[in-house]
Design a protein. Sequence first.
Length: 118
Amino acid sequence: QVQLVESGGGLVQAGGSLRLSCAASERTFSTYVMGWFRQAPGKERQFVAAISWSGDSTYYADSVKGRFTISRDNAKNTVYLQMNSLKPEDTAVYYCAAGVVIGAYAYWGQGTLVTVSS
């Protein structure tokens, strides 16, 4: 059982930046692919970004491409989401997830709220 704990959310003005972190409890963290998802009020959860176990491959939703960067530090069992040029429409609860393959996530964190004011 992998436990994931997100942090780094908060209130930021449009155009600002935040870095989210997701710490994993599992020592085999480096064998999992990791993803970030978000859910805005009244909307379905949507994919934001994903990263392979090695960090060599990354994937992004079109809406965040060029503004967000996903990365991981396997020595620290942590995945990050650097968010730049934030927009009000980025406001959501952000979740990290872990899985064996991209697109199939078995473990989820509790989420961290990001609010972008205009």
